[in-house]
Design a protein around this ligand. Structure first.
Ligand SMILES: NC(=O)c1ccc[n+]([C@@H]2O[C@H](COP(=O)([O-])OP(=O)(O)OC[C@H]3O[C@@H](n4cnc5c(N)ncnc54)[C@H](O)[C@@H]3O)[C@@H](O)[C@H]2O)c1
Length: 270
C-alpha cells in the first residue's frame, strides 16, 4: 500500500485491459488517477468481471480519479488531456502511455495498408505526442517524474502475421531508450513494459481462431497467458519512486516467452 502516495498518474487506454488494471492498482497504492481513453465506458469484451467504468470503480473503492476523453491520435485532444489533468489535480508525476491497437492475422504481402496507417497514427504518433505533452509539464514542474510505455514482446522478438504492430512496438521501444537518455538528468525516467500475449480485449478480438491462439500461447514457458494484472504490477514497479535508478529498461512481462526458440504455425501465403 501507498507506494504511489501523493502522486498523480495519467493513464491512456484506461477503459480496458492493462490500462484499467493499472489505473485501479495505482489508485490502490495512493495515486490520484487521470483515466483517459476514447471511450469512458468499459469495453464490453473486457475480462474484468467488475463492469463499472474505471474512474467510477476507483472512486467507489475510496480512491481519487477523473475521466478525461482523448483520442491519442489527435494532437489537440492530447494537449487538452494534459491541460485538464493539471486542472484536476494540480500536477502530474507519472505517464502510463498505454493506449494502442493491434492488427494481425495474415502474412505481410496480404495485409491492407490501412493496418499500417492506423497503427502508425495511434501506437507511434499518439504515444509520441502523449510523451511530448507529459514532458513539457514535468519540465515546468521541475519535479521527479516517470514515464512507462506499454511496448510488447513483439519489440524483442519478431512474430509472423503482425509486421505493422511489431514495427510500431519497436518504435515505442526506441522512444523509451531515447527519452531515457534525453531527460534522465532532469529527473524524468522512461521505461517500457513488454508483455507477451495477454488476456485482454485487444488480443482476443484479433485472434478469433482458437488454433492460432493456442499455438501462439503454447510458447509461454510458465504455461499460461498473461493477465492484465501482470502488466499492472510491472508498470507499478517501474513507476514508483523506489525505481528511480531504472531508466531506459524494457522489462519483459512474458512468462519467459522471449527466451524460447520460436515455434510458429504455418500461415497460408494466399
Ligand atoms: N494484450 C496483449 O496481449 C498485449 C501484449 C503486449 C502489448 N500490448 C499493448 O498493451 C496496450 C494495451 O492493450 P490491452 O491489451 O490492454 O488492450 P485493450 O483493447 O483491452 O485496451 C486498449 C484500450 O486502448 C483504447 N484505445 C484504442 N485506441 C485509442 C486511441 N486512439 N486513443 C485513446 N485510447 C485508445 C481502447 O479504447 C481500449 O480501452 C496496447 O498498447 C497494446 O499494444 C498488449
Amino acid at each position: 500500500m501507498n507506494r504511489l502516495q501523493g502522486k498523480v498518474a495519467v493513464i491512456t487506454g484506461a477503459s480496458s485491459g492493462f490500462g484499467r488494471a493499472t489505473a485501479k492498482l495505482f489508485a490502490k497504492e495512493g495515486a490520484k488517477v487521470v483515466c483517459s481513453d476514447i471511450r469512458p465506458d468499459m469495453d464490453p469484451d473486457n475480462f474484468d468481471e467488475d463492469k463499472v467504468p474505471t474512474h467510477e470503480a476507483i472512486i467507489r473503492d475510496g480512491g481519487e480519479a477523473v475521466f478525461i476523453p482523448c483520442d491519442i491520435a489527435e494532437q489537440d485532444q492530447v494537449k487538452n488531456l494534459f491541460e485538464k489533468a493539471v486542472e484536476a489535480f494540480g500536477h502530474i508525476d507519472i505517464l502510463f502511455a498505454n493506449a494502442g491497437i493491434f492488427r494481425a492475422g495474415v502474412v505481410t504481402h496480404r495485409q491492407p495498408i490501412e493496418w499500417l496507417d492506423d497503427i502508425y497514427r495511434i501506437n507511434i504518433r499518439g504515444t509520441y505526442m502523449c510523451c511530448q505533452e507529459a514532458i513539457k509539464q514535468f519540465l515546468k514542474q521541475k519535479t521527479k517524474a516517470s514515464i512507462v510505455i506499454t511496448c510488447s514482446t513483439s519489440n524483442l522478438n519478431p512474430y509472423p502475421i503482425q509486421a505493422p504492430y511489431s514495427m510500431s512496438k519497436a518504435a515505442e521501444a526506441m522512444l523509451v531508450r531515447t527519452l531515457a537518455i534525453e531527460y534522465g538528468r532532469m529527473g524524468i525516467t522512461t521505461n517500457g513494459i513488454c508483455p507477451a500475449s495477454s488476456k485482454t480485449a485487444l488480443l482476443i478480438n484479433n485472434f478469433k481462431d482458437d488454433t492460432i491462439r493456442e499455438r501462439v500461447n503454447c510458447r509461454i514457458p510458465v504455461g499460461r497467458w498473461g493477465e492484465a494484472s501482470d502488466a499492472a504490477n510491472a508498470a507499478l514497479f517501474l513507476a514508483e519512486p523506489a525505481s528511480d535508478f531504472i531508466n531506459g529498461a524494457l522489462l519483459p512481462v512474458d512468462g519467459g516467452d522471449t527466451n524460447t526458440v520460436g515455434i510458429f504455425p504455418e500461415y497460408p501465403m494466399e
